[in-house]
Design a protein. Structure first.
Length: 361
């Protein structure tokens, strides 16, 4: 059997104070098995987009016999990997229960349908955290399993699964990317010291967290003023990623120099000049290109434009204690964010900087 601590996995899932009301109808063991599936799903983070993070554990006689997760595009899906894991261990998956964080697919994509794999393996029951809102699935996976005589139950740790797969869920529901904003400013609300040449005023540890955030998005966007002032690379550095996020610069007046750093980096970029129409059309276009999470790292003008149209879904407000001789005020604070429909959910520490995290209500 696998060496696995039920209590340890539960601590992993609940460490952020996750609401457990949805779990009241499930036994402690069942909740623990799904918590483990959610935990191992994290192993695919930054490697599977535009697919969602998915984890699966197989349970027989009250014990986990195998585990699987979606590890990379084109690789085995979580259910397929768990079945393969059982076979590699010399354990038959026949008669086991599969705990899976997302409804199994029932269509051919980069891999065969997971429903077929589960039926072929003789799985007797499938417990699903969250239904798949993707139009190619939407209940067909569950119904196919039921039609094959497999017992299906839904909703265990649904809130936790939804949180883990938020960009995918948002993309399926709204057909536009989840828009994440990161803005660093000092305690007075200044984003730049105009008395000096452009420089970063947050700690190295904070920068590491920023690159972790960049590694978990599909595209990074700034406006032309940020390029002219800061000449950013708009890339993930210090973290191994298979593909760099798409770099997007909104530049309707052609301000950006032709040799700007964002044009010189590995990966694709989108320089929007006279072809730029509106943020709404841009977001829909990005959604059609499977961009599920967009990070806006531009200056106050660009960020306020997104806020004005109600397109900001989550906001990281980074606060530095550094003072500025000639401050450039953002006009953005907690009150502004609250009035725009965002709610502060938690406070983080990125090095010596305090970060206030807001989410659309």
């Amino acid at each position: 059997m696998l060496e696995y601590s039920v209590k340890g996995s539960m601590q992993h899932i609940f460490k952020e104070g996750v609401d457990a009301t949805s779990m009241s109808e499930w036994s402690e063991n069942e909740t623990s098995f799904m918590a483990r599936a959610l935990e191992i799903a994290e192993r695919g983070r930054t490697k599977v987009s535009p697919n969602p993070l998915v984890g699966c554990v197989l349970v027989k006689d009250g014990n986990i016999i195998a585990e699987g997760w979606h590890d990379h595009l084109g690789g085995l899906h979580a259910e397929q990997m768990a079945i393969h894991d059982a076979e590699e261990r010399g354990i038959s998956p026949n008669g086991s229960t599969a705990y899976v964080t997302l409804e199994p697919c029932n269509h051919f994509g980069r891999t065969p349908p997971c429903t077929e794999a589960l039926m072929w393996a003789g799985i007797k029951e499938v417990v699903i955290a969250h239904e798949d809102p993707n139009p190619t699935v939407r209940g067909q996976g569950s119904q196919t399993l039921i039609d094959a005589g497999i017992h299906v139950r839904n909703g265990l740790c649904k809130k936790e699964a939804h949180e883990q797969m938020l960009p995918f869920m948002h993309w399926c529901e709204h057909r536009r990317p989840l828009v994440t904003v990161k803005l660093a400013q000092n305690l007075e609300g200044s984003v730049d010291d105009r008395s000096e040449t452009s420089k970063r005023f947050t700690s190295e540890e904070c920068l590491r967290h920023v690159h972790e955030l960049r590694a978990d998005v599909d595209a990074i966007l700034v406006g032309a003023n940020t390029v002219v002032r800061d000449d950013p690379q708009l890339t993930v550095r210090g973290i191994n990623v298979k593909n760099q996020p798409l770099r997007i610069v909104i530049d309707p007046n052609g301000k950006c120099p032709p040799n700007a750093k964002f044009t010189q980096q590995q990966g694709d970029f989108l320089h929007l000049t006279t072809s730029f129409t509106s943020l709404e059309s841009l977001l829909h276009m990005l959604a059609d290109q499977n961009i599920q999470r967009l990070l806006v790292e531009g200056g106050p003008t660009t960020i306020q434009e997104f806020m004005k149209h109600g397109f900001v879904d989550e906001f990281y407000l980074v606060l530095s204690e550094e003072s500025h001789s000639e401050p450039f005020f953002s006009g953005i604070d907690e009150q502004t964010l609250t009035k725009s429909g965002l709610e502060k959910l938690k406070t983080l520490n990125w090095g010596i900087e305090e970060v206030h995290y807001f989410r659309k209500i």
